[in-house]
Design a protein around this ligand. Sequence first.
Ligand SMILES: Cc1ncc(COP(=O)(O)O)c(C=O)c1O
Length: 376
Amino acid sequence: MKLFDVYPINDIEIVKGQGSLVWDNNGQEYLDLYGGHAVISIGHTHPHYVSRITEQLNKIGFYSNSIRIPLQEQLAEKLGKVSGKEDYQLFLCNSGAEANENAFKLASFANERKKIIAFSKAFHGRTSLAVSATDNPKIIAPVNETDNVVFLPHNDIEALNKAFADFGNEISSVVIEGIQGVGGIRVADVEFLKTIRSLCDEYGAYYIADSIQCGYGRSGKFFSHDYAGVDADIYTMAKGMGNGFPIGGIIISPKLKPWHGMLGTTFGGNHLACAAALAVLEVFEKNQLIKNAEEVGNYLITELRKIDKIKEVRGLGLMIGVELPEELSEARKKLLFEEHIFTGEAKPNVIRLLPALNLTKEHADRFLTALKKVIE
Ligand SMILES: Cc1ncc(COP(=O)(O)O)c(C=O)c1O
């Protein structure tokens, strides 16, 4: 059997990782500023993470949601504490797209409406409604096409006001990434997020904060939406939550009430996934990773903004987009194959930095030196 060929891959085989470093099968070391697409939050093979998962696996790895799983309650409690959303309720699933599907569904059950507002350049995943709310017609299959999703220009308060004035009573939810990832690291304006909050309140719609990439401490706050000083009704999470172990979740405001059978999952919240997620939050707390993301992120952003040839530097904390001019379109490849540094990309010419939240200043400096070298 062959693989279904859907990824343009780099011909590199990674066999080992530690912290922000990984090694290929030839022993070549790489600095990982991509974190396997914003997934590695506490660093590769963190010792606490490895031992927590190993210990759990030796006890029990999986049982279904038909029994009590105290690890889920411990995770909910810790997540409430670290995120500051202690009165929210947690529903666990396995991926980002699944988290968004559940958020859309929950909002629609609650207000019995159908329309979703999403924004230009948004990415919310590849499953049915999540992909319909993604601003990329190429990945929306005919079966996923729906009139229920309405796209508006990003950060355009006037267009948002107009949409609510025109059909506000039909809007079930508004979904927005606090910082667009795939869209090229574009930060949602504070005033824009505040307007979403007040319009949702006025019209009985729900504010869904897609925090799958920008959440979980990456921005220097637990949720990047926190910069706006507003609370969303539902936060969707995945990526950094399990540091590579597949786990996703939504946290739900107390105003949304559950009923049995409303949501459900086979694998979501299994013992092993909860152990992984707990290990992540324990390391967050012990080593103050959110603070580190803010400090090292601010340092990187300040230093990057001093480099003349860069067109624009966008982002918050350790979610940074470096927009390069057309003539430097080879920079990312050179960083990987000549300087041995993994970074992410966004079209057309943005280098995306999504490293582990315990990235050191020394590693940040190694990147800055290498970047200057490849663009000069
Ligand atoms: C903002 C955002 N939402 C949703 C998703 C989908 O997550 P997953 O790939 O885990 O389904 C992603 C993945 O890149 C994302 O960046």
